[in-house]
Design a protein around this ligand. Structure first.
Ligand SMILES: Cc1cc2nc3c(=O)[nH]c(=O)nc-3n(C[C@H](O)[C@H](O)[C@H](O)COP(=O)(O)OP(=O)(O)OC[C@H]3O[C@@H](n4cnc5c(N)ncnc54)[C@H](O)[C@@H]3O)c2cc1C
Length: 276
């Protein structure tokens, strides 16, 4: 039995595992891959590469350090975490079961797809997902925010605050296709008056993402949209089960926030394991 199982190898999970290995805690990291969403590389016009700290570089450093320290990792997805006599039983999608006294869930979220031609080709090269991360690079630029509702309005507000000219899809409008590349995107939009072509500097996908909280549904309290509810110390409603990063109701969709939450979750897990 491990003392601690960390589920998910993105910024939050890698940070929690890194702290655990440094503390010489018996920890196992279970994830299909390492890096999570921080591995996405973006291309933007006027992007000064040498001035940017890439999320991917940051998590790669943590992963290299963990490798150097010789930490145990299991490649695979977790299907379910359930309560057991001495802690938790973690079932992998491949069927195997692992036991731990405490678990940190750091499985992140998944973006919703726009489902239009050109989406894959322009991903991070004209079509972006994180207004909070890239808004400041769109000063005096025109952007289309693809989505409706609160998230789209928040993205448009973020972009406008950074000096971009943000256009939202209007009621009854839908995005039909995307083409072009970084700094010059052609977006075809269909509305009640027919189709029109918009020439913009960038497009933001503002559809709601979904939390990867399935493995703990039924074990920990989730909010109405499925995010894992945590307190200010990353404790869930289930003692011994902690959660960090974008899978939680904190989900600020920032690498640094996820890493900070991962560190907090580890510190709380140690307190729990040591009965403090
Ligand atoms: C396109 C894009 C661009 C972004 N750009 C920026 C940026 O420029 N700056 C910035 O600060 N933030 C950016 N973000 C946000 C940032 O990447 C995330 O906030 C951050 O990666 C969240 O970290 P996390 O560890 O919580 O989750 P994730 O990064 O999503 O990692 C989750 C991990 O859990 C694993 N996992 C999922 N399900 C399971 C399962 N069932 N069992 C086991 N493991 C599982 C995944 O494989 C992954 O390793 C961007 C996000 C996207 C999508």
């Amino acid at each position: 039995m491990s003392k601690l199982i960390v589920v998910g190898g993105g910024p939050a999970g890698l940070t929690a595992a890194f702290y655990a290995v440094r503390r010489r805690l018996e920890v196992l990291l279970v994830s299909p891959e390492l890096g999570g969403q921080a591995r996405h590389q973006s291309t933007l016009p006027g992007f000064e590469e040498h001035r940017v700290i890439r999320g991917g570089d940051l998590v790669a450093r943590f992963a290299r350090e963990l490798e150097y320290l010789g930490y145990p990792v299991r490649t695979g997805a977790v299907a379910q975490v359930r309560a057991a006599v001495d802690g938790f039983r973690v079932r992998l999608a491949a069927g195997q079961e692992l036991d731990a006294r405490a678990v940190i869930l750091a499985t992140g979220s998944r973006a919703s797809r726009l489902g239009v031609p050109g989406e894959a080709e322009l991903f991070q090269k004209g079509l972006y997902g994180s207004a909070a991360s890239y808004a400041h690079l769109f000063l005096d630029k025109s952007v289309l925010v693809a989505g409706l509702g609160a998230r789209a309005r928040a993205a448009a507000a973020e972009l406008s605050a950074a000096g971009a000219q943000a256009r939202l899809l209007e009621e009854g409008e839908r995005l039909v296709s995307l083409s072009g590349g970084p700094g010059a995107v052609q977006a075809v939009v269909e509305g009640p008056a027919g189709r029109k072509l918009l020439d913009v500097d960038g497009v933001f996908n503002a559809l709601e993402p979904s939390p990867n909280s399935g493995p703990v549904s039924g074990l920990a309290e989730l909010d109405g949209a499925g995010w894992v509810r945590v307190d200010s110390r990353c404790r869930t409603s289930c003692p011994g089960l902690f959660a960090a990063g974008d899978v939680t109701d904190v989900h600020r969709e920032q690498v640094l926030v996820a890493m900070g939450e991962g560190a907090k979750a580890f510190l709380s897990a140690v307190e729990y394991l040591e009965g403090r």
